[in-house]
Design a protein around this ligand. Structure first.
Ligand code: GLY
Ligand code: MN
Ligand code: MN
Length: 442
């Protein structure tokens, strides 16, 4: 097997910056790449850059700041850690200011220690400053001090900005419509995740532990070139599947129960987000089939709504209706469907929303509403469709064979002019397909 190579060239980031700059007016964008976080005592979590920062620079180094200006040169300025031979021997290579220009295309670059001195110069005369308000206290303070400086110096001709804008909106709106490079990374993330889910289907046996499936999934992610799991893998057997963000993954997998896997790889900082529900012993029971069939019908009905001009509120309502009809057929929902929808009695078994944007963050950037109305879907948007049913283990309304049954089926969908493209179509989701794959692996 040939592992995937990183497929993002420097030009991709330059094009994104040019697109952003064209929307900045006479503005400047200031972003921080983030910092190392302590895991315990003096060890740290592996560094993962801020998504907006990485989206526009490709740089994966802690502590870096970028300034992008639309109106004046230098347009793209990076502040990075200074080169330091001793520090690099202990804690890894640094790109350094020269490398920031040579390898990341910065028009100018400085050591981080010069940020306070340089920032007022870079923001002088800029009309609007776009910064992720409230996200990084240190960055907010740097920008505020630079603005204070320009205010004080106004009599000498320096000019403070008139407005602060939230960079999360500025960059988030650009991230909504995936460019070709974003789609290439996202498709790779989906492809790698597909192999991982198939491997899990093949390996699953009663008596294994959830963490063994988690390890297998993440082994497949890494060995095929993904940088990480895009989020904490959810591997929940039995009634652990009724906990939406279950990540302990430390329980034994028992024959006759279901396993819910919600796991996706991250490639070049783009995420896949896929859920499948499997019979641990290889065959769905009749009662499990009834519930699974309802969730699958909701999933396919929801996906059909991922069309240009549709919106995720409508997708949610479509799924809700299918789920409610199904719950009624199982005797789990009293009264008529419209009343259940109105009173939200289904929330006992389906408590989350059906869709979210997907991209550099698994719950991606970009507004869900325009004005106060749901945002119409456009070509290039990527969203998940992930209905589920979760019957608590102690639910007195449910027959014993359904108690503790949690099922979610989650696909990643690209909105296209011609209709929805299900990116995750290769991950089997009909019961017959899943049973066949599991049987073939035994
Ligand atoms: N894996 C998180 C989600 O499905 O939204
Ligand atoms: Mn999701
Ligand atoms: Mn998910």
């Amino acid at each position: 097997m040939v592992p995937f190579e990183p497929n993002v060239s420097r030009d991709v980031y330059a094009q994104r910056r040019a697109r952003l700059a064209a929307n900045l007016g006479d503005g400047a964008l200031v972003l921080y790449g983030g910092e190392l976080r302590t895991r315990s005592n003096d060890t740290e979590f592996r560094f993962r850059p801020d998504s907006d920062f990485h989206y526009l620079t490709g740089l994966r180094e802690p502590g870096a700041v970028m300034v992008l200006r639309a109106g004046a040169a230098p347009k793209f300025v990076l502040f990075v850690r200074a080169r330091d031979r001793d520090a690099e021997i202990w804690a890894g290579r640094r790109v350094g200011p020269e490398g920031a220009m040579a390898r990341y295309g910065a028009d100018a670059a400085h050591p981080l220690g010069e940020l306070a001195e340089q920032l007022p110069k870079l923001l002088d005369g800029v009309a609007n400053v776009h910064v992720p308000l409230g996200r990084w206290r240190a960055l907010d303070q740097h920008v505020q001090r630079a603005i204070d400086h320009l205010r004080r110096r106004n009599r000498w001709g320096e000019t403070p900005p008139d407005a602060l804008c939230d960079a999360r909106t500025t960059v988030g709106e650009d991230r909504m419509t995936k460019d070709p490079a974003a789609m290439a990374s996202l498709r790779q993330a989906v492809e790698i995740s597909t192999h991982a889910h198939l491997a899990a289907m093949g390996a699953l046996r009663p008596g294994m532990f959830e963490y063994q499936i988690e390890a297998l999934l993440e082994y497949e992610f890494r060995r095929r070139g993904a940088q990480a799991a895009a989020y904490g893998s959810i591997v929940g057997g039995g009634d652990n599947a009724t906990i939406l963000h279950y990540v302990e993954n430390d329980d034994e997998l028992r024959d006759g129960e279901l396993l819910l896997i919600d796991a996706g790889a991250e490639v070049d900082l783009f995420a896949a987000d896929i859920s499948r529900t499997l019979p641990i012993g290889g065959r769905f029971s009749p009662a499990q089939r009834d519930v699974y069939d309802i969730v699958l019908r909701a999933n396919t009905a929801g996906i059909a709504g991922a069309v240009v001009g549709g919106d995720i509120d409508s997708i949610h309502r479509t799924c809700l209706r299918v789920l409610c009809e199904g719950l009624a057929s199982l005797g789990l929902l009293a009264g008529d469907i419209d009343e259940a929808l109105e009173k939200e009695t289904y929330k006992r078994y389906y408590m989350h929303r059906t869709s979210h944007w997907l991209g550099a963050d698994v719950h991606d950037a970009g507004h869900y509403t325009l004005g106060r109305t749901p945002r119409p879907l456009q070509p290039g948007f990527v969203l998940t469709v992930e209905p589920g049913l979760y019957i608590p283990a102690d639910d007195e309304l449910a027959p014993p064979e359904l108690r503790g049954c949690g099922i979610r089926i989650e696909d990643d969908v690209l909105v296209c002019e011609q209709g929805p493209e299900v990116l995750t179509w290769r991950v089997p989701k009909t019961m017959d397909e899943i049973e066949a794959i599991m049987a073939a692996a035994r």
